[in-house]
Design a protein around this ligand. Structure first.
Ligand code: AMP
Ligand code: ZN
Ligand code: FE
Ligand code: FE
Length: 271
Protein backbone atom coordinates (compact mmCIF):
# COMPACT_ATOMS: atom_id res chain seq x y z
CA UNK A 1 0.00 0.00 0.00
CA UNK A 2 1.05 3.62 -0.54
CA UNK A 3 0.00 6.59 1.55
CA UNK A 4 -1.12 9.52 -0.59
CA UNK A 5 -3.37 12.54 -0.31
CA UNK A 6 -4.65 13.73 -3.65
CA UNK A 7 -7.31 16.07 -2.23
CA UNK A 8 -6.49 18.88 0.24
CA UNK A 9 -7.39 22.53 0.76
CA UNK A 10 -5.54 25.54 2.18
CA UNK A 11 -6.58 29.05 3.14
CA UNK A 12 -6.23 30.05 -0.51
CA UNK A 13 -9.77 28.61 -0.76
CA UNK A 14 -11.94 27.28 2.06
CA UNK A 15 -9.27 25.51 4.08
CA UNK A 16 -8.00 27.11 7.29
CA UNK A 17 -4.33 26.00 7.09
CA UNK A 18 -1.50 27.76 5.29
CA UNK A 19 -0.07 25.63 2.44
CA UNK A 20 3.08 24.98 4.48
CA UNK A 21 0.96 23.63 7.33
CA UNK A 22 -0.72 21.22 4.93
CA UNK A 23 2.73 20.03 3.83
CA UNK A 24 3.90 19.71 7.46
CA UNK A 25 0.87 17.61 8.32
CA UNK A 26 1.44 15.44 5.24
CA UNK A 27 5.02 14.87 6.36
CA UNK A 28 3.87 14.02 9.91
CA UNK A 29 1.40 11.51 8.48
CA UNK A 30 4.12 10.00 6.23
CA UNK A 31 2.24 10.88 3.06
CA UNK A 32 4.45 10.21 0.04
CA UNK A 33 2.50 12.17 -2.56
CA UNK A 34 0.45 15.27 -1.78
CA UNK A 35 -1.72 17.34 -4.10
CA UNK A 36 -2.98 20.74 -3.01
CA UNK A 37 -6.40 20.96 -4.67
CA UNK A 38 -7.82 24.32 -3.68
CA UNK A 39 -11.14 25.37 -5.19
CA UNK A 40 -10.71 27.43 -8.38
CA UNK A 41 -7.17 28.58 -7.61
CA UNK A 42 -3.55 27.41 -7.85
CA UNK A 43 -2.20 30.43 -5.92
CA UNK A 44 -1.30 28.39 -2.83
CA UNK A 45 0.92 25.99 -4.74
CA UNK A 46 4.21 28.00 -4.75
CA UNK A 47 4.11 28.17 -0.92
CA UNK A 48 3.39 24.44 -0.71
CA UNK A 49 6.21 23.65 -3.15
CA UNK A 50 8.66 25.82 -1.18
CA UNK A 51 7.70 24.07 2.05
CA UNK A 52 8.06 20.67 0.38
CA UNK A 53 11.68 21.19 -0.63
CA UNK A 54 13.77 18.75 1.39
CA UNK A 55 10.77 17.50 3.37
CA UNK A 56 10.54 14.07 1.76
CA UNK A 57 6.98 14.77 0.63
CA UNK A 58 6.37 15.01 -3.11
CA UNK A 59 4.00 17.96 -3.57
CA UNK A 60 2.13 18.67 -6.81
CA UNK A 61 -0.39 21.22 -7.97
CA UNK A 62 -3.99 20.16 -8.41
CA UNK A 63 -7.34 21.89 -8.45
CA UNK A 64 -10.95 21.25 -7.44
CA UNK A 65 -13.68 22.82 -9.54
CA UNK A 66 -17.22 22.62 -8.16
CA UNK A 67 -19.93 22.24 -10.78
CA UNK A 68 -23.60 23.23 -10.77
CA UNK A 69 -24.52 19.58 -11.17
CA UNK A 70 -25.72 18.33 -7.81
CA UNK A 71 -22.54 18.62 -5.72
CA UNK A 72 -20.36 17.11 -8.43
CA UNK A 73 -16.83 18.39 -7.85
CA UNK A 74 -14.08 17.81 -10.40
CA UNK A 75 -10.49 17.27 -9.25
CA UNK A 76 -7.72 18.09 -11.71
CA UNK A 77 -4.20 16.60 -11.77
CA UNK A 78 -1.11 17.18 -13.90
CA UNK A 79 -2.26 20.62 -15.01
CA UNK A 80 0.06 23.27 -16.43
CA UNK A 81 -0.67 25.51 -13.50
CA UNK A 82 0.76 28.64 -15.15
CA UNK A 83 -1.43 28.16 -18.25
CA UNK A 84 -2.93 31.56 -19.06
CA UNK A 85 -6.19 30.12 -20.41
CA UNK A 86 -6.68 28.13 -17.21
CA UNK A 87 -5.87 31.11 -14.98
CA UNK A 88 -8.29 33.37 -16.85
CA UNK A 89 -11.19 30.92 -16.48
CA UNK A 90 -10.43 30.32 -12.80
CA UNK A 91 -10.51 34.05 -12.20
CA UNK A 92 -13.93 34.18 -13.90
CA UNK A 93 -15.19 31.37 -11.65
CA UNK A 94 -13.92 33.22 -8.57
CA UNK A 95 -15.73 36.39 -9.64
CA UNK A 96 -18.96 34.42 -9.96
CA UNK A 97 -18.38 33.00 -6.47
CA UNK A 98 -17.94 36.52 -5.07
CA UNK A 99 -21.18 37.58 -6.76
CA UNK A 100 -22.98 34.63 -5.21
CA UNK A 101 -21.60 35.46 -1.76
CA UNK A 102 -22.86 39.06 -2.12
CA UNK A 103 -26.35 37.70 -2.90
CA UNK A 104 -26.16 35.35 0.12
CA UNK A 105 -25.24 38.32 2.34
CA UNK A 106 -28.25 40.26 0.96
CA UNK A 107 -30.58 37.36 1.69
CA UNK A 108 -29.27 36.97 5.23
CA UNK A 109 -29.67 40.74 5.79
CA UNK A 110 -33.38 40.35 5.01
CA UNK A 111 -33.51 37.85 7.87
CA UNK A 112 -31.88 40.36 10.21
CA UNK A 113 -28.38 38.87 10.05
CA UNK A 114 -25.90 41.51 9.06
CA UNK A 115 -22.55 40.43 7.60
CA UNK A 116 -20.11 42.68 5.77
CA UNK A 117 -18.59 41.44 2.52
CA UNK A 118 -15.13 42.38 3.77
CA UNK A 119 -15.54 40.34 6.92
CA UNK A 120 -16.62 37.29 4.92
CA UNK A 121 -13.83 37.80 2.37
CA UNK A 122 -11.19 38.15 5.11
CA UNK A 123 -11.42 34.38 5.56
CA UNK A 124 -9.68 33.56 2.28
CA UNK A 125 -6.53 34.48 0.38
CA UNK A 126 -8.18 33.88 -2.98
CA UNK A 127 -11.36 31.84 -3.54
CA UNK A 128 -14.58 32.70 -1.71
CA UNK A 129 -17.41 30.32 -0.95
CA UNK A 130 -20.20 29.44 1.42
CA UNK A 131 -17.72 28.15 4.06
CA UNK A 132 -16.47 31.75 4.48
CA UNK A 133 -20.05 32.92 5.06
CA UNK A 134 -20.34 30.09 7.59
CA UNK A 135 -17.16 31.23 9.36
CA UNK A 136 -18.43 34.84 9.50
CA UNK A 137 -21.69 33.58 11.04
CA UNK A 138 -19.61 31.71 13.59
CA UNK A 139 -17.52 34.79 14.41
CA UNK A 140 -20.80 36.64 15.07
CA UNK A 141 -21.96 33.87 17.38
CA UNK A 142 -24.94 32.98 15.17
CA UNK A 143 -23.72 29.39 14.74
CA UNK A 144 -21.16 27.15 16.41
CA UNK A 145 -19.78 25.34 13.35
CA UNK A 146 -19.61 25.40 9.56
CA UNK A 147 -21.89 22.40 9.55
CA UNK A 148 -24.55 24.25 11.57
CA UNK A 149 -24.32 27.24 9.22
CA UNK A 150 -24.83 25.00 6.19
CA UNK A 151 -27.71 23.14 7.84
CA UNK A 152 -29.56 26.26 9.02
CA UNK A 153 -28.77 28.85 6.36
CA UNK A 154 -26.74 27.79 3.35
CA UNK A 155 -28.35 24.74 1.75
CA UNK A 156 -31.34 24.58 -0.64
CA UNK A 157 -34.56 25.74 0.99
CA UNK A 158 -32.72 27.58 3.78
CA UNK A 159 -32.86 31.39 4.17
CA UNK A 160 -29.36 32.17 2.91
CA UNK A 161 -29.30 29.80 -0.04
CA UNK A 162 -28.42 31.14 -3.46
CA UNK A 163 -28.12 28.84 -6.48
CA UNK A 164 -24.62 27.84 -7.57
CA UNK A 165 -23.05 29.87 -10.37
CA UNK A 166 -20.38 27.23 -10.98
CA UNK A 167 -19.60 25.77 -14.43
CA UNK A 168 -21.03 22.47 -15.65
CA UNK A 169 -19.02 19.33 -14.95
CA UNK A 170 -18.25 19.04 -18.66
CA UNK A 171 -16.89 22.60 -18.74
CA UNK A 172 -14.65 21.83 -15.74
CA UNK A 173 -13.39 18.60 -17.35
CA UNK A 174 -12.63 20.36 -20.63
CA UNK A 175 -10.81 23.21 -18.89
CA UNK A 176 -8.55 20.81 -16.97
CA UNK A 177 -7.85 18.72 -20.07
CA UNK A 178 -7.07 21.85 -22.08
CA UNK A 179 -4.47 22.72 -19.41
CA UNK A 180 -2.79 19.33 -19.97
CA UNK A 181 -4.36 17.57 -16.98
CA UNK A 182 -6.79 14.78 -16.19
CA UNK A 183 -9.85 14.65 -13.94
CA UNK A 184 -11.38 12.63 -11.15
CA UNK A 185 -14.83 13.03 -9.61
CA UNK A 186 -14.44 13.94 -5.92
CA UNK A 187 -16.36 12.35 -3.00
CA UNK A 188 -18.78 10.35 -5.17
CA UNK A 189 -21.22 10.03 -2.25
CA UNK A 190 -22.30 13.63 -2.82
CA UNK A 191 -22.89 13.20 -6.56
CA UNK A 192 -26.67 13.27 -6.92
CA UNK A 193 -26.84 11.38 -10.20
CA UNK A 194 -24.14 8.69 -10.41
CA UNK A 195 -25.54 7.51 -13.74
CA UNK A 196 -23.97 10.66 -15.21
CA UNK A 197 -20.50 9.13 -14.68
CA UNK A 198 -20.83 7.18 -17.91
CA UNK A 199 -21.58 10.33 -19.86
CA UNK A 200 -18.75 12.30 -18.20
CA UNK A 201 -16.33 9.44 -18.96
CA UNK A 202 -17.24 9.91 -22.63
CA UNK A 203 -16.57 13.63 -22.23
CA UNK A 204 -13.05 13.02 -20.91
CA UNK A 205 -13.43 12.16 -17.23
CA UNK A 206 -10.67 9.69 -16.26
CA UNK A 207 -10.95 9.08 -12.51
CA UNK A 208 -13.15 8.52 -9.48
CA UNK A 209 -12.25 9.24 -5.84
CA UNK A 210 -12.61 5.66 -4.64
CA UNK A 211 -10.54 6.23 -1.48
CA UNK A 212 -11.93 9.02 0.69
CA UNK A 213 -11.88 9.88 4.39
CA UNK A 214 -15.51 8.90 5.00
CA UNK A 215 -15.56 5.76 2.83
CA UNK A 216 -16.11 2.42 4.56
CA UNK A 217 -14.50 -0.75 3.13
CA UNK A 218 -17.79 -1.56 1.39
CA UNK A 219 -17.95 1.97 -0.12
CA UNK A 220 -14.46 1.39 -1.51
CA UNK A 221 -15.52 -1.90 -3.10
CA UNK A 222 -18.64 -0.30 -4.58
CA UNK A 223 -16.80 2.72 -6.02
CA UNK A 224 -13.90 0.61 -7.27
CA UNK A 225 -16.53 -1.41 -9.14
CA UNK A 226 -18.06 1.75 -10.63
CA UNK A 227 -14.60 2.98 -11.64
CA UNK A 228 -13.85 -0.30 -13.36
CA UNK A 229 -17.21 -0.31 -15.13
CA UNK A 230 -16.56 3.12 -16.66
CA UNK A 231 -12.82 2.63 -17.24
CA UNK A 232 -11.84 5.22 -14.61
CA UNK A 233 -8.66 5.40 -12.52
CA UNK A 234 -9.14 5.18 -8.76
CA UNK A 235 -7.89 8.23 -6.83
CA UNK A 236 -7.75 8.90 -3.11
CA UNK A 237 -7.73 11.85 -0.75
CA UNK A 238 -8.99 13.15 2.56
CA UNK A 239 -10.47 16.55 1.55
CA UNK A 240 -8.56 18.07 4.47
CA UNK A 241 -9.84 21.60 5.23
CA UNK A 242 -7.93 22.43 8.41
CA UNK A 243 -8.65 23.11 12.08
CA UNK A 244 -12.11 24.51 12.79
CA UNK A 245 -13.49 23.38 9.43
CA UNK A 246 -15.02 20.18 10.75
CA UNK A 247 -12.80 18.30 8.28
CA UNK A 248 -9.33 18.22 9.78
CA UNK A 249 -8.56 14.56 10.41
CA UNK A 250 -5.02 13.32 9.73
CA UNK A 251 -3.87 13.53 6.15
CA UNK A 252 -3.42 10.55 3.89
CA UNK A 253 -5.29 7.53 2.61
CA UNK A 254 -3.72 4.17 1.86
CA UNK A 255 -4.11 2.92 -1.68
CA UNK A 256 -2.93 -0.35 -3.24
CA UNK A 257 0.41 -0.18 -5.08
CA UNK A 258 -1.27 -0.87 -8.43
CA UNK A 259 -3.72 2.01 -7.93
CA UNK A 260 -0.78 4.30 -7.15
CA UNK A 261 1.14 2.96 -10.14
CA UNK A 262 -1.73 3.55 -12.57
CA UNK A 263 -2.17 7.11 -11.27
CA UNK A 264 1.55 7.87 -11.58
CA UNK A 265 1.65 6.42 -15.08
CA UNK A 266 -1.17 8.74 -16.15
CA UNK A 267 0.47 11.69 -14.37
CA UNK A 268 3.71 11.07 -16.25
CA UNK A 269 1.87 11.61 -19.54
CA UNK A 270 0.80 15.15 -18.56
CA UNK A 271 2.55 18.23 -19.74
P1 AMP B 1 -19.53 26.61 -2.42
O1 AMP B 1 -18.30 26.25 -3.19
O2 AMP B 1 -19.59 28.03 -2.03
O3 AMP B 1 -20.81 26.14 -3.08
O4 AMP B 1 -19.45 25.80 -1.06
C1 AMP B 1 -19.30 24.42 -1.17
C2 AMP B 1 -18.12 24.01 -0.33
O5 AMP B 1 -18.49 24.08 1.02
C3 AMP B 1 -17.73 22.58 -0.58
O6 AMP B 1 -16.72 22.50 -1.55
C4 AMP B 1 -17.23 22.13 0.76
O7 AMP B 1 -15.87 22.47 0.89
C5 AMP B 1 -18.02 22.98 1.74
N1 AMP B 1 -19.21 22.32 2.29
C6 AMP B 1 -20.27 21.83 1.63
N2 AMP B 1 -21.20 21.35 2.49
C7 AMP B 1 -20.69 21.55 3.72
C8 AMP B 1 -21.16 21.29 5.03
N3 AMP B 1 -22.33 20.71 5.24
N4 AMP B 1 -20.37 21.63 6.07
C9 AMP B 1 -19.18 22.23 5.86
N5 AMP B 1 -18.68 22.51 4.65
C10 AMP B 1 -19.42 22.17 3.60
ZN1 ZN C 1 -13.85 23.00 0.16
FE1 FE D 1 -15.49 18.94 -2.88
FE1 FE E 1 -12.54 19.33 -1.59
Amino acid sequence: MKKVDLHTHSRYSDGTSAPEEVVARAKAARVELLFLTDHDTVAGFPEAAAAAAGSGVEVRCGIEINSIEGSTHILGYGIRWKDSGLLARLSEFRERRAKRVRLIIEKLAKKGISLSFDDVASGTRETLGRPHVADALRRQGVVKSRQEAFDRFLTPGKPGYVESMDPTAEEAITLIRDAGGFCSVAHPDTVCDKARLEDWAKKGLEGLEVYYSTHTPSDIIRYAGLAERFGLLATGGTDYHGPGSGRDKALGVSVPDEVFGAFMERLAKCG
